[in-house]
Design a binder for this molecule. Structure first.
Ligand SMILES: Cc1cc2nc3c(=O)[nH]c(=O)nc-3n(C[C@H](O)[C@H](O)[C@H](O)COP(=O)(O)OP(=O)(O)OC[C@H]3O[C@@H](n4cnc5c(N)ncnc54)[C@H](O)[C@@H]3O)c2cc1C
Ligand code: SF4
Length: 604
């Protein structure tokens, strides 16, 4: 009985997983494939990627020709069907009104969460990224190292399908043979960038993205992922057969009805449901972990959004995977006489040290890319190449002498090419055309279309005391549940890094013979994107070796409640420049393995 209603819920489950995105999807998958009975509580509505994905619709068929609106900030056809920068009736607050001190919180509310839309950039953290404090004395080390997570990166890559290449670059791990799919060929602009980047010492190499450039190896991978479990192997082989390879035509941010990119509803949930071990309850907004007399987690309280009733479900183990800040909120709202500061918070660290990614960008126009003959550059629905951080040698213990002024790095995401034009395509061309209309405008469009290069830096933020969240003392959501209040502050490490991004991008565009509309903003405080706006928020319930200074142990189990786990980004101790989702999934698989072991040993 895969999709359940409050009336058809079982009385008791082995594990309740809150959330169905990257973290919840991976956790439920691993548990269900191992025969564990799981209930997934998802606050959003159900979503069928096969029938609801608007892959082939043209912008002309959409209201406002598909333009961004406050409800649909990424355009009308974006895969996020509910939620975004604002969720009706579910506010959050910021402690400061000051510019630069605010946090923006993107929340998808639908089955699969943000994985329906995400950019699919799937990079491994490297060895330095797990031990940043040891390297430069700033932030925190993780209690685990790259070697602990590497086998799980391998498994996740094989399961979801990630294209990319092994380049042997510093702190940019290679994957073992058989993990990665071949990368797509670079586009014209990407090749030009690689040529001129090399002159500046910037590597431009295939990016890693969760898109199938060829069908998955359904013959060999299932046995590697589920050794000794023939039923799981059969189910996974079938699920892999049902995913087609990319046909290089449609924007991935709309979702993919053929399952060629990774979305939790197309990759994690179908095989987990096929085991018969996963029940999914949608429209179930969780707000509290309940405890039994011994102080162990006994289940979850939630609001049934279809009827407004407050209900409870019971289980032997509870896993919060509602996204980092929402899981923190659930812990803080699970107050009791025994846990007056919120659950699992004896260290006082729940809500502390939240992080986003440092972001800054620049667009340039490159005359060499003008008036190219018409050709199809849609490709794999996103970037084919990127630039990993190339200046590790100027950081580490002696970063202050390296001349950069900041201790951690960034990578460069590259946007070029001639994808389906939309309403935004002709905007802002006046600095090139001096304003044109009619036939001349058409000529100009043909000339300039595809000649722009968009460079986005994605950098590491060092966790700090001033970036945190707590319960707002007054504000509540429409269900009467206290909401989060954010505190935010960048340090000079981040603002200087943002200024460096702008300078580098301007140099790179200049090296390509390109031009800028105006000079780059070199004041880092202005160059940096607002906190939270890169949508890579992690931290808030850090893992560690010592219960006095961390919320979870190295297996993502809370120190205070033996059968309560956090498998989203909340336990992150640092937020490397590498986009966080592959690491979230690897950690979730690892935590789920521990839960399976403990259930088998009857410890839970
Ligand atoms: C536009 C965009 C582009 C991105 N690009 C990339 C990228 O290229 N690479 C990358 O690594 N990351 C990217 N990300 C970030 C990535 O999407 C997240 O890191 C990832 O989805 C986090 O997984 P999660 O399961 O923790 O959270 P989510 O995917 O957000 O899933 C959380 C789920 O929990 C549900 N939920 C929330 N609260 C409750 C509650 N109280 N009760 C029950 N259910 C609840 C939500 O509805 C949601 O379904 C991007 C995000 C966005 C929005
Ligand atoms: S580009 Fe490929 S992976 Fe992306 S939505 Fe289209 S078919 Fe799917």
């Amino acid at each position: 009985m895969p999709f359940v209603t409050p009336r058809t819920l079982q009385r008791h489950y082995d594990v309740i997983v809150v959330g169905s995105g990257a973290a919840g999807g991976q956790t439920a998958y691993t548990l269900a494939m191992e025969g564990v009975k799981v209930l997934m509580l998802e606050a959003g509505r159900a979503y069928d990627f096969r029938t609801e994905t608007p892959m082939f619709q043209s912008y002309a068929a959409a209201p406002l020709r598909g333009a961004d609106t406050p409800d649909k900030p990424f355009g009308f056809y974006d895969a996020t069907v509910d939620g975004g920068w604002a969720v009706p009736g579910e506010p959050y607050t910021n402690a400061s009104a000051e510019e630069g001190r605010q946090f923006e919180w993107w929340r998808a509310r639908m089955l699969g969460g943000r994985t329906n839309h995400w950019g699919r950039i799937a990079l491994r953290n490297g060895p330095y990224d797990f031990k940043p404090f040891s390297r430069d004395g700033l932030g925190f080390d993780w209690p685990i190292g790259y070697e602990d997570l590497a086998p799980y990166y391998d498994k996740v890559e094989m399961l979801i399908g990630v294209y990319g290449s092994n380049e042997g670059l510093e702190n940019t791990p290679d994957s073992p043979e058989g993990c990665l799919l071949p990368p797509p060929a670079a586009r014209v602009g990407e090749r030009l960038l690689a040529r001129h980047g090399a002159k500046l010492g910037l590597p431009v190499v295939p990016i890693h993205r969760a898109v199938l450039t060829r069908a998955l190896d359904h013959v060999n991978i299932p046995a590697k992922l589920h050794p000794g479990n023939p039923r799981a192997q059969r189910i996974l082989a079938q699920a892999m057969r049902e995913r087609a390879a990319c046909f290089w035509a449609t924007p991935c941010s709309r979702g993919c009805s053929i399952g060629a990119n990774y979305q939790s509803p197309s990759v994690h949930l179908p095989p987990a449901l096929a085991t018969g071990q996963l029940d999914i309850l949608c429209n179930a907004h969780a707000y509290e972990v309940t405890l039994d007399k011994r102080g162990r987690a006994s289940g979850v309280r939630f609001v049934d959004k279809t009827g407004g009733r407050h209900l409870a479900a019971q289980s032997r183990v509870v896993v919060l995977a509602a996204s980092a800040c929402e899981s923190v909120r659930i812990l803080l709202n699970s107050k009791s006489a025994r846990h007056p500061e919120g659950l699992a918070n004896s260290s006082g660290r729940v809500g502390r040290f939240i992080m986003d990614t440092v972001g800054s960008d620049l667009v340039g126009q490159v005359p060499r890319l003008e008036a190219l003959p018409p050709h199809n550059e849609d490709g794999a629905g996103g970037a084919h190449v990127y630039t990993p951080w190339w200046l590790y040698g100027r950081q580490g213990a002696r970063w202050a002498e390296g001349g950069l002024g900041f201790a951690r790095g960034y990578h460069i995401e590259i946007g070029v090419g001639r994808r389906m034009p939309n309403m935004g395509t002709p905007f802002g061309l006046e600095w090139l055309t001096q304003g044109s209309y009619g036939a001349r405008f058409k000529q100009d469009m043909r000339r300039y279309y595809g000649s722009f290069v968009y460079l986005a830096g994605r950098g590491e933020m060092i966790p700090n005391e001033h970036s945190r969240c707590e319960l707002d003392p007054k504000a509540k959501d429409r269900f009467g549940i206290p909401v989060l209040r954010f505190h935010w502050q960048w340090s000079p490490h981040e603002t200087r890094q943002a200024a460096h991004m702008k300078r580098t991008f301007a140099e790179l565009i200049g090296a390509m013979g390109g031009r800028l509309k105006e000079g780059p903003e070199l004041d880092g405080a202005k160059a940096i994107a607002p906190g939270g706006s890169i949508i890579h928020e992690v931290g808030g319930a850090m893992m560690g070796p010592d219960r006095r200074t961390s919320v979870t142990d190295p297996s993502c189990r809370t120190w205070d409640v033996d059968n309560l786990y956090l498998t989203d980004g909340a336990p992150f101790c640092s937020n490397a420049d590498k986009n966080p989702t592959l690491t979230i999934m690897a950690l979730a698989w690892r935590a789920a393995d521990r839960i399976v072991d403990r259930l088998k040993r009857k410890e839970l």
